[in-house]
Ligand binder design. Structure first.
Ligand SMILES: NC(=O)c1ccc[n+]([C@@H]2O[C@H](COP(=O)([O-])OP(=O)(O)OC[C@H]3O[C@@H](n4cnc5c(N)ncnc54)[C@H](O)[C@@H]3O)[C@@H](O)[C@H]2O)c1
Ligand SMILES: O=C(O)C[C@H](O)C(=O)O
Ligand SMILES: [Mg+2]
Length: 536
């Protein structure tokens, strides 16, 4: 415990137990007189935390309160989060984190995470040595250009890596000291931010072209030097940069893009589970996407792998996937089709979104636009008229940017829809049924992927790992959850899910010869032994 004593120990967030120090510890560490009489159990402290939390009037105040707790007492924060994940996750992650990013410069208290600006060019490897931890296993990095559906938030986007790191710890048990949030602050094209006198970031237009790419490259290389065991998670980069960096680095370093690959796996899992409700065969499904960006094309690409694994050839698989953009159906006749969308631009007459649903009759509709209200009543009614049980996944975050709300989905489909959404919604009473929509968020995937990479020390992160993660996630959904309309397991089981995903990742790493570790026979027990449990 770093020989901490007295006030220094009491105020050290990683080591304090606050009122939880026993009398013997108070004697030993020079804490007598520094604490009130009562020795509180962690459960009693949690009760106090929840009492104060629930008095706050707004979600942003709750965010600030929880962040302050994290800075004060790490173990208490994570124990509270793990034990009350349904209540806490939406406050430290999506959707509140969106609000926190928008307000970041105004609610800022203390720097968390690592900031790199263009002025650090040529010195990134050197300044990385300022980070106090020696054994980093997970780095979540953003350049803030596509923060959820909120657009370019510049350095305010740091809230996202901080939130994702909290999920790594709470949802898969990677130790907080081994996770690092990073902001590649290359400027912002958001003029309102640059003009905000309180803005904390590099107050210039975004770097672009070679200047931008070479800074990202320097960062990736510096990480290999300073933290060779780290996994780099690219987060909330705008496409096409998102794809560009994935294509450039995925075969060279231990990295993945969460918006492309993590999202693909969670969405695919939801589709797999929906087949248990609809009784449709997976390989018979037609899937339609609204939006042609990272999340949608990443999902389509993983779906191709899934269809192929289930017996279709590549061309048959691609034909099951359809894209809608702002102008309607993307067909082979369109001009300037994005390279990643080309395989899914099929021969078809041009038509509107609703007409495309009528003609193609997709079983599954996925929204990844970042634009609220794009699943209109006409869209949902049409999905319900061509399907007995339409499957609709509105991925966009935060809640204010969702393609449709859960309430709209159940009402407009007359209770027929199987619905999931990127941001959480409360249960919806429709007629005599209480629907509990599930949260289709990559939070079910990336923590387990990270833990699996940590455990296996795999050199690379591969598509097969995401495919395996999707299968594992789908397999964890219980019959009861399915009955209540959920295609994902309850959040309260997310650690169990992450553990299972990590075990699957280890198996893929062995199968694909990506690890030089000789993993113990009991991989499940081994992975569990790595999971941090915040207790005193
Ligand atoms: N639930 C999750 O786990 C999860 C994961 C990743 C992304 N997302 C969310 O998905 C959204 C999109 O993320 P992305 O990374 O794919 O962004 P992106 O910018 O790469 O893609 C957005 C796409 O939507 C299209 N679009 C915008 N408005 C449209 C409209 N009215 N009609 C049709 N298409 C339209 C854009 O042209 C673009 O192709 C964001 O809100 C993000 O928060 C959710
Ligand atoms: O951050 C989230 O909640 C999911 C996803 O990574 C997103 O960008 O929306
Ligand atoms: Mg994201």
């Amino acid at each position: 415990m770093k020989n901490l004593r007295g006030k220094a120990l009491l105020t050290d967030p990683a080591h304090t137990k606050s009122t939880g120090f026993t009398y013997a510890e108070r004697e030993l560490y020079g804490l007598r007189g520094l604490l009130p009489y009562d020795v509180a159990s962690i459960d009693k402290q949690i009760e106090r935390v929840l009492g104060s939390l629930r008095c706050k009037n707004s979600t942003i105040e709750k965010y600030i309160f929880l962040n302050a707790l994290l800075e004060r007492n790490q173990r208490l924060f994570y124990r509270t989060m793990i034990d009350h994940i349904d209540e806490i996750m939406p406050l430290v992650y999506t959707p509140t984190v969106g609000e926190a990013c928008s307000e970041f410069a105004h609610i800022f208290r203390n720097a968390q995470g690592f900031y790199i600006s263009p002025e650090d060019r040529g010195e990134i490897a050197t300044i990385l040595k300022n980070w106090p931890e020696e054994d980093i296993r997970v780095i979540v990095v953003t350049d803030g250009e596509r923060i959820l559906g909120l657009g370019d938030l510049g350095a305010n986007g740091m809230g996202i890596p901080i939130g994702k790191v909290a999920l790594y710890v709470a949802c898969s048990g990677i130790h907080p000291a081994q996770c690092m949030p990073v902001m590649l602050d290359v400027g912002t094209n958001n003029i309102a931010l640059r003009e905000d006198p309180l803005y904390l970031g590099y107050p210039y237009p975004r770097l672009n072209g070679d200047a931008y790419r070479s800074l990202v490259d320097e960062f990736v290389k510096a990480v290999q030097l300073r933290y060779p065991s780290a996994l780099i998670q690219f987060e909330d980069f705008l496409s096409p940069h998102a794809f560009e960096f994935l294509d450039l680095y995925a075969q060279k370093v231990r990295c993945f893009n969460d918006d492309i690959q993590g999202t693909a796996a969670v969405t695919l899992a939801g589709i797999y589970t929906s087949c248990r409700i609809t009784k449709k065969k997976f390989t018979d499904l037609n899937i339609m996407f609204l939006g042609t960006g990272s999340a949608a094309s990443g999902t389509a690409e993983l779906a191709v792998d899934a269809f192929r694994a289930a017996g279709l050839n590549r061309s048959q698989a691609q034909k099951r996937l359809w894209f809608i953009d702002r102008k309607g159906l993307v067909t082979a006749r369109n001009e300037n089709i994005k390279p990643r969308i080309k395989p899914f631009a099929h021969e078809h007459a041009a038509c509107s979104f609703v007409d495309a649903i009528n003609e193609i009759k997709p079983d599954v509709l996925i929204g990844a636009t970042g634009v609220a209200g794009t699943f209109t009543e006409a869209v949902i009614s049409k999905m319900s008229s061509v399907n007995e049980r339409p499957v609709i996944i509105a991925l966009s975050n935060p809640t204010s940017h969702t393609e449709c709300t859960a309430e709209q989905a159940y009402h407009w489909s007359n209770g027929k829809v199987i619905f999931a959404s990127g941001s959480p919604f409360n249960a919806v009473q429709f007629k005599d049924h209480l629907f509990k929509p599930a949260q289709g968020n990559n939070a079910y995937i990336f923590p387990g992927i990270g833990l699996g990479i940590y455990a296996s020390a795999a050199r690379l992160v591969t598509q097969s790992m995401f495919l395996a993660a999707a299968e594992v996630l789908a397999s964890t959904v219980s019959e009861q959850e399915i009955h209540s309309g959920s295609v994902y397991p309850a959040l309260s089981r997310v650690r169990e899910v992450s553990h299972a995903i990590a075990v699957a990742v280890c198996h893929v790493a062995i199968r694909e010869e990506l690890t030089s570790l000789s993993l113990p026979e009991d991989i499940s027990g081994y992975v569990r032994s790595l999971m941090y449990e915040p207790n005193y």
